[in-house]
Design a protein around this ligand. Structure first.
Ligand SMILES: Nc1ncnc2c1ncn2[C@@H]1O[C@H](COP(=O)(O)OP(=O)(O)O)[C@@H](O)[C@H]1O
Ligand SMILES: [Mg+2]
Length: 281
């Protein structure tokens, strides 16, 4: 094992990353020499690092191809976490289709590709969410009860060559909230109750730690069991929202650059650092 593995904490130019401080302190505590590095900085010598841990690369959504090309190149020089095939699949939410086919309960979704139009399949849903399959932070996402407005937003996305996904608006995000279950080094670490992002200021609430229910943990386990590279995942975040029948549904599986809410759980930064050390050492 390398005495002091060198690790790149991979971030982006202008991303305010709230957990970089806690993560870097924990890495130091575990004997890992980590430094923040910008993924698209051409001056970085990736071979200097025993591992590159993808964290806050949140500016890749408008240039996914460039990001994946970087990841493939870096993987030839260092160990990229999560592994590149995972990043390739996980940066486009069409992976939800595959998971649904594998039997995972996923938020019902109608997919509208370039050249297609929103059809009547969404008619039973009183309120719709229309979003692109490549996104982060609810970018280019619209919530509406107006079908014409929903169709127009889908058209806007598909005209730009993107694929739109249309879902029923799940009111549970405004009550129980979205539950994000964070896994580190293959094991459940902690969970967070997330406030709704598509509600007005009066309906918002701050994220807070929460203990997941047994049914949420069970669904999260099913989600991860459907990932072929599960044993190689450094981190995973499973985002669930309850559907109209109350069962947890997968809204997003974050294996690329999830905020891990490290500051919500005292042991989490050290857990991440230990898992990185195990991979990079
Ligand atoms: N079907 C939905 N029902 C209710 N809220 C939704 C729905 N889809 C998205 N949202 C809200 O928008 C946020 C962002 O959507 P998400 O699918 O997680 O994409 P991303 O986080 O990659 O932008 C969610 O965290 C949630 O607050
Ligand atoms: Mg999300």
């Amino acid at each position: 094992m390398t005495a002091t593995p060198a690790v790149a904490y991979v971030t982006s130019k202008d991303a305010p990353d709230q957990e970089v401080g806690a993560a870097l302190a924990a890495f130091t505590g575990q004997g890992v020499a980590a430094e923040p590095v910008v993924w698209d900085d051409p001056a970085v010598a990736w071979e200097r690092f025993d591992a590159a841990v993808v964290r806050s690369t949140w500016d890749y959504t408008g240039r996914r191809d460039e990001f994946l090309a970087w990841a493939r190149r870096a993987a030839g020089l260092t160990r990229v976490c999560n592994p590149v095939p995972v990043l390739e699949r996980n940066t486009d939410k069409t992976y939800l289709r595959e998971l649904a086919l594998a039997g995972v309960p996923v938020v019902p979704t109608a997919w509208v590709g370039p050249g297609e139009r929103l059809d009547g399949g969404t008619a039973p849903w009183p309120e719709l969410v229309v979003k692109p399959t490549v996104s982060a932070g609810a970018r280019d996402t619209v919530r509406t009860t107006d079908r014409a407005a929903a169709a127009a937003h889908a058209d806007l996305l598909t005209a730009a060559g993107r694929t739109a996904m249309v879902q029923p608006y799940l009111p549970a995000v405004d009550g129980e909230g979205e539950t994000s279950l964070v896994f580190i080094g293959g094991a459940f670490s902690h969970a967070v109750r997330r406030g709704p992002m598509l509600s007005g200021p009066e309906g918002r609430f701050a994220d807070e730690p929460r203990r997941p229910d047994a049914d949420q943990l069970a669904v999260a386990e099913r989600v991860l069991a459907a990932v072929p590279e599960r044993a190689e995942l450094l981190y995973a975040r499973v985002d669930l929202v309850r559907g109209p029948e109350g069962t947890p549904l997968l809204i997003e599986l974050e294996l690329t650059e999830p905020r891990l809410f490290l500051q919500y759980e005292a042991g989490a930064p050290a857990r991440l650092a230990a898992a990185v050390r195990a991979l990079a050492g």
